[in-house]
Design a protein around this ligand. Structure first.
Ligand SMILES: [Zn+2]
Length: 966
């Protein structure tokens, strides 16, 4: 096909034009040769021969990467790894990747490796700098230049111009965020070597004008596990004989969601954020692998309107430059637009756009291993493919996200020509790891070429965006945010403020009472003024998200994340410009010191909804702790139902209270209200092997709040006798319905083990199995049913709540699905608490609470009132027994984000408590432990654990109101 024929070889003159975009650079080279000042530089002939051999078609390469310098004394990747980058069936473990960069840094002054922290499993996290000798020698002064441009309040416009004149942009590249996307972490080694050694005009210009920084592998724990899995299983895969399962874990807790970790819970992501706030690279570029053949992000709609207009113009400009250059080199299948939108600020590289820089992203064609595989691209005239966002790759074995099936936004048949994909790849061909390297490296070199051509423009824009952000507080309606002092639960306020601080947002604590048009607030209120460099980010995180009205617009991830709603803390949006002049003391970090007052031998700890209450219980596991079942007063303190009453070692209580930032009152005697013991539960969390990520988020929360649990899989469930080992079994949200949960990864006859061995030491972490296929099966279902009937408490979250309904553990509960028209990517909506006295709601003081909608089942409970189809009585239906909370539904109850078809969930149960034998099943239609976000809901789950054997539900009752007004 003619599409595959590229211009035989680019005319040299054309190529020279390409590399001399920058002012004042004379072309001396076609870029194909490593013509160096030093006599010891030559082209690596073996590399040229092998890369050509590994590249499956000539058009899958470019003049930028078809050669590699050989320099005496400076190791190429092959000198350390033993093979060139892109060799079929070769993937590099993280330790070897680090070994390479360190060897390179030891050999040339143009490379420097810095440590930025440790991963969950203790691997070194690094950033590698590559640039001209002078740049690397003076890194610290370049860092300071960018820091100055990042805070325009401290410099004049004239000073900014001087700084721009002497500064250089840092261009940050990151690979390996998603462990199954293996290619970019290989490619970056060759890129670093090339940028450090090649003497072409193109590379010299990059070296002179840009400082390249590299995260070699953003999730190194996952990298090693995925490489192990590849060598154990993937390497033997041939066409038609796939293993049938992906590696069950990447990082310790999450898979793809490390790119949705909006609050930087994962240690690796936080380390990069900390580094970012020190170095301020104006561009952060994440290299992924999902699209055909290279998709370059341009920030398409829906766009977050808080971000600077300059950014929305910069993004397509760079993406289009890459598309034009790669097309010129004869590389098909490069496209932009039409895939990821710019709504959610939670993607990792978004940290740069959030801080006035630029997020960039590639999706490069690739596989989770290093085998060359056949690709069959569709008919160019076919209708757009269904399905949606990139989400997990099939090879990972992970389920697509909860709303993937519903999303078709922007993604069309990738073999189809579109205005944003003028030259699609089509037909059938082999795709190799080296092809992936060629596309990725050519793209990145082109992005660096652009940056090297316009370094001053990029720096000016960075400064201007920062300055515009500082101006927003005076120019725009929203001047700031105020978090009133004196909120009932100080711990969630502290978490919220510290998260803002972690992102570099300035927060002050008011020194006196604050009087604004919006009200009067006590001294000690937290104030976020919008005349600061990260004013835009503050608004993005704290405001209510209003999704564009266009009914055709969908979004790649969540539509809402409003921090006050997610954490059930009071955050006021302030229009009164006087907020900018409120006297405050800057807050570095909120450190709550808990207090114990009063005198006596009984400790009383009011339950105000702090998530630290569950931690307290486990820290005091050897003491008798009771829950007051009714509110009581002591002096002027009101202790709500659920407050802890502790007797015994009060010194121990005091130290726990102080460390956890809680308050306690020592009483002379226990209060005279009904109480029950908070017995310490033995907890298990059930996980399938095919879908560990959403379980991972709940594990992360349990680990963080020090809730001990066993992580159990199908083998343990089938073994039975669950009640003898556990009091509570939690099944976290796992996408798909009950069948998926029960049957999990289909067995293809050959067992697939996930076990540690001498050869594969990173497998078998967080659980082991001789065969991860087959699921718990019906035998497992029977054992869970026995567990409940014997007195156990089974808790299902989100989509896992299909399971008890569909498999008969709760015969009266039905689970349905929303219609195809319904669309709600994580809206925050109202939920109505129907039984406020129920222990699940200890610590909640309002009847309507904001919850994140999780696309879980539409639950209903048969009331038995109308078995023969008689006309139902007039008026609202009764509330069936065991419905503890429900969704009022309707547009009025959407608090942030987007829910199309909000009537479909009207009055649907949000939490159901069903007894079965001696035990019970608690079904959450939502996910009270979503990522690291909805802190306000965590307590419903924690209360369930702590009160597991003291739960009683009220009988069926008539509805009092059909749809409560807010
Ligand atoms: Zn990815």
């Amino acid at each position: 096909m003619s599409l595959w024929r590229r211009p035989a070889q680019l005319p040299a003159a054309l190529f020279v034009m390409a590399v001399t975009l920058g002012a004042g650079v004379t072309a001396q080279s076609t870029g194909k040769k490593a013509v160096g000042a030093s006599a010891s530089v030559s082209d690596d002939a073996e590399f040229a021969r092998l890369m050509k051999e590994w590249t499956t078609r000539p058009e899958f390469s470019s003049p930028l990467v078809d050669h590699l310098p050989k320099v005496a004394g400076i190791p190429s990747p092959k000198d350390i790894l033993g093979h060139h980058i892109g060799e079929p069936k070769k993937l590099t473990y993280y330790a070897d990747i680090l070994k390479y960069y360190r060897a390179l840094a030891a050999a040339t002054p143009r490379v420097k490796v810095t440590s930025i922290g440790k991963s969950n499993e203790g691997r070194d996290l690094v950033v590698v700098f590559v640039g001209g000798d002078e740049s690397i020698r003076n890194l610290e002064s370049y860092r300071k230049c960018l820091a100055q441009l990042a805070d325009p309040r401290k410099i004049t416009a004239a000073q900014a111009a001087e700084i721009v004149a002497k500064a250089k942009p840092i261009y940050h590249l990151s690979g390996g965020l998603h462990s199954g996307e293996v290619g970019p972490s290989e490619m970056l080694m060759e890129l670093a070597y090339r940028v450090a050694t090649e003497d072409s005009t193109l590379v010299r210009q990059i070296r002179d004008n840009v400082i390249v920084s590299i995260t070699p592998v953003a999730d190194p724990d996952g990298r090693d596990r995925n490489v192990d899995w590849y060598y154990k299983y993937g390497i033997n895969e041939t066409e038609g004989r796939a293993t049938g399962a992906g590696v069950p874990y990447w990082g310790k807790y999450v898979f793809h969601d490390d790119n949705r970790d909006i609050n930087y819970s994962q240690i690796e992501m936080r380390a990069l954020l900390d580094w970012y706030l020190q170095w301020h690279p104006p561009i952060m570029h994440d290299l992924h692998q999902a699209q055909t053949l290279l998709y370059t992000f341009s920030g398409q709609a829906p766009q977050n309107p808080n971000l600077d207009p300059i950014l929305f113009a910069e993004l397509p400009m760079m993406a289009n430059f890459e598309m034009a250059q790669l097309s010129k080199y004869g590389m098909p299948g490069v496209w932009t637009h039409g895939y990821v939108d710019m709504w959610s600020p939670g993607y990792l590289a978004f940290m740069s756009s959030n801080h006035n820089g630029m997020i960039r992203m590639y999706e490069i064609q690739g596989f989770s291993g290093a085998n060359t595989q056949k690709m069959r691209l569709g008919n160019p005239n076919a209708a757009p493919a269904a399905g949606g966002r990139g989400g997990p790759s099939a090879a990972s074995g992970q389920a697509p996200g909860p709303d993937a099936a519903a999303i078709t936004a922007g993604r069309s048949n990738q073999a189809q020509r579109e205005w944003f994909r003028p030259w699609p790849a089509t037909g059938e061909f082999d795709w190799s790891l080296r092809n992936n390297t060629n596309y990725g490296e050519t793209g990145v070199l082109t992005a660096l070429q652009y940056t090297a051509a316009f370094p001053k423009v990029i720096l000016e824009n960075f400064y201007q965006k920062s300055r515009n952000s500082v101006d927003t507080g005076r120019k725009e309606t929203v001047a700031g945010y105020l978090i009133p002092g004196g909120q009932r639960d100080a711990t969630r306020v502290a978490v919220l403020v510290n998260m803002l601080r972690m992102q570099g947002i300035e927060v002050g604590r008011s020194t006196g009472e604050v009087k604004l048009k919006e009200g009067t607030f006590p001294a000690g209120s937290y104030v976020v003024k919008r005349d600061q460099p990260y004013a835009r980010l503050a608004k993005i995180l704290l405001e209510k998200q209003v999704f564009p009205a266009d009914p055709n617009l969908r979004t790649y991830d969540d539509a809402s994340w409003t921090m006050g709603l997610m954490s059930h803390t009071d955050v006021k949006e302030i229009a009164d410009k006087a907020v900018l002049d409120v006297a405050v003391e800057p807050v570095a970090e909120v450190k709550l010191a808990g207090t114990v007052t009063g005198a006596g031998s009984t400790g009383a700890i009011p339950h105000y909804g702090s998530n630290n209450m569950v931690t307290l219980r486990f820290r005091l596991k050897d003491l008798k702790v009771q829950a007051a079942e009714k509110e009581f007063k002591q002096g002027d303190i009101t202790f709500p139902a659920g407050s802890f009453i502790v007797s015994g070692d009060l010194a121990k209580v005091r130290s726990a209270i102080e460390a956890l930032g809680l308050t306690a009152v020592a009483l002379p005697a226990a209060p005279s209200v009904p109480m029950h013991d908070l017995d310490v539960p033995r907890v298990a969390m059930y996980s399938t092997w095919g879908n560990t990520q959403d379980v991972g988020w709940v594990r992360y929360a349990f680990d963080t709040f020090e809730i001990p649990f066993d992580l159990i899989y199908k083998d343990r469930v089938r073994q039975g006798n669950l009640k003898s080992a556990y009091d509570v079994i939690v099944i976290a949200h796992q996408s798909g319905g009950g069948k998926r949960l029960v049957f999990d990864i289909e067995s293809r006859g050959t067992p697939i083990a996930y076990k540690k061995s001498e050869a594969f030491k990173y497998l078998g972490m967080y659980g082991e199995s001789d065969d991860i296929t087959g699921g718990m099966g019906i035998e497992g279902v029977a054992e869970l049913d026995k567990f409940v009937k014997a007195g156990g408490v089974l808790v299902t979250l989100g989509a896992a709540s299909f399971f008890p309904a569909e498999f008969g553990l709760t015969p009266k509960v039905d689970a349905a699905r929303t219609s195809a028209q319904f669309y709600s990517p994580g809206a925050i909506i109202d939920a109505e608490i129907l039984q406020p006295e129920h222990p699940i709601f200890y610590g909640y003081d309002k009847k309507l609470v904001p919850v994140r909608y999780a696309n879980g089942p539409l639950l209903s409970v048969q009331t038995g009132a109308n078995p023969f189809g008689d006309a139902p009585p007039a008026g609202p239906p009764p509330i069936p027994q065991g419905v503890l909370m429900r969704y009022p539904g309707g547009d009025d109850h959407v608090l942030s984000g987007l829910m199309r078809g909000a009537n479909e969930i009207r009055n649907r149960p949000a939490i159901i408590d069903q007894t079965s034998g001696k035990g019970r099943v608690i079904l959450f239609a939502g996910n009270p432990c979503y990522r690291w976000q909805n802190f306000g809901e965590f307590n419903m789950l924690f209360n369930t654990l702590l009160n597991y054997n003291d739960i009683k539900s009220e009988p069926q009752k008539p509805a009092t109101t059909d749809n409560p007004a807010r």
